[in-house]
Design a protein around this ligand. Structure first.
Ligand code: SF4
Length: 378
């Protein structure tokens, strides 16, 4: 595991970090960089995958941002850096968030319902969403967060110790801690543990295909359905996300999609219909779609929460266009969080928040009409 490590002295690292952190606001609860150095002498633990030498510098080929970096420069996702002409990830074995979550929180509604997911995230993201709910960790670097020391082997053993059926790479953006997630997922797969990606889908096909060989389920954010909104809202492009959805599905990863409806940004019913039509026409009608409620935060604090009516309208449009499993999220008490049989309409799973209160699916089938319900149920 340490074969590709690059060790630097504490002194040099402190010097580099001091330059890097000049003028940087340290979030409440974060350790100082000096404290971090005490705990993590080896910070650049792993050479980055998918790097390419170019005349302009080292290019990262993981996501469509295509960062080209010169010596000492930090990537757009804040967790890759060129050291001695090689690109290194700063996000390896140092998650800033570690939790045991119900799998429903991802949200994944058709994958091992009621099970627990050992959830990890490092700092960093390749997008800059104005509405990010985890901006305190996504819009910073592993140098500046308070981190655990948790190498892949330890993640797997902790997952087993906490009786979790899966490891979720989540909260910030796992595409940007690719090497850490991939190595952990390989070990987890060998130990019979499932791997889950909660991601923005902003990744190139080649690294994604490699990842799909070890990932079992994914929930991908489809943030908007036109290029201009995508760019303004998140700093990314729509087309690569659509391409990723097809790869996840074609490679047999269990897929669910989240569409956060943000007032004034992504609440046009015309655009929601266009998105649902595209999903239906491109063979995603069996993929669960979650319309999620926006709450004012980060750079969109001035907006109101999404009216529940809009979420309900979106769900009706999706059903109308032929999507079989449609949910609304962040709406307490809504029946649109229950799973119904696509054949007879019988209610199969009842959810209260992240809790399953009724589950009558028998061997992946409706207990009333016997129709198969899409998902991974055991
Ligand atoms: S993963 Fe990070 S370093 Fe690589 S291209 Fe994307 S933003 Fe740049």
């Amino acid at each position: 595991m340490e074969r590709n490590s690059f060790k630097i002295s504490k002194r040099r690292f402190i010097k580099e970090c001091a330059a890097l952190s000049a003028g940087v606001f340290c979030l409440p609860g974060t350790r100082t960089i000096t404290d971090l150095c005490k705990e993590e002498e080896t910070v650049f633990r792993k050479e980055a995958m998918f790097q390419e030498e170019t005349a302009r510098g080292i290019m990262c080929r993981i996501c469509p941002n295509e960062c080209v970096l010169k010596e000492g420069e930090l990537s757009k996702c804040n967790n890759r850096k060129v050291i001695k002409s090689k690109l290194y990830t700063l996000a390896y074995g140092n998650p800033c968030s570690v939790n045991v979550d119900p799998i429903e929180k991802k949200p994944l509604y058709h994958f091992l319902p009621g099970s627990r997911a050992f959830s990890i995230a490092t700092a960093g993201c390749n997008l800059v969403c104005l509405n990010c709910q985890n901006w305190t960790i996504s819009q910073t670097s592993p140098d500046k967060t308070r981190n655990y020391d948790l190498m892949p082997e330890k993640v797997v053993s902790e997952c087993i110790a906490k009786s979790c059926k899966s490891i979720a790479y989540t909260y910030s953006e796992p595409v940007t801690f690719y090497e850490y997630a991939y190595d952990t997922a390989v070990l987890a797969k060998n130990a019979g543990i499932k791997n889950i990606f909660k991601s923005n889908g902003y990744i190139y096909p080649e690294p994604l295909k490699k990842l799909c060989s070890v990932i079992d389920a994914a929930n991908i954010d489809l943030k908007a359905f036109n290029e201009s909104t995508y760019l303004k809202l998140s700093g990314g492009k729509l087309q690569p996300v659509l391409d990723s959805l097809k790869i996840y599905r074609d490679m047999g990863v269990w897929l669910e999609i989240t569409n956060l409806i943000v007032p004034e940004w992504t609440d046009s019913t015309g655009e929601i219909r266009k998105m649902c039509k595209w999903l239906a026409e491109n063979g995603f009608n069996k993929v669960p779609v979650h319309f999620s409620r926006f709450h004012p935060l980060y750079k969109l604090e001035q907006l109101p929460p999404t009216p529940v009516d809009i979420l309900n309208q979106a769900a009706r449009i999706a059903e109308d266009e032929g999507l079989l499993y449609v949910y609304t999220g962040n709406v307490p008490g809504s029946e649109i969080s229950d799973t119904k049989c696509p054949g007879c309409g019988n209610t199969l799973l009842v959810r209260q928040g992240y809790r399953i209160t009724v589950n009558t699916i028998a061997n992946g089938k409706c207990n009333k009409c016997g129709k198969a319900v899409d998902g991974v149920w055991s």
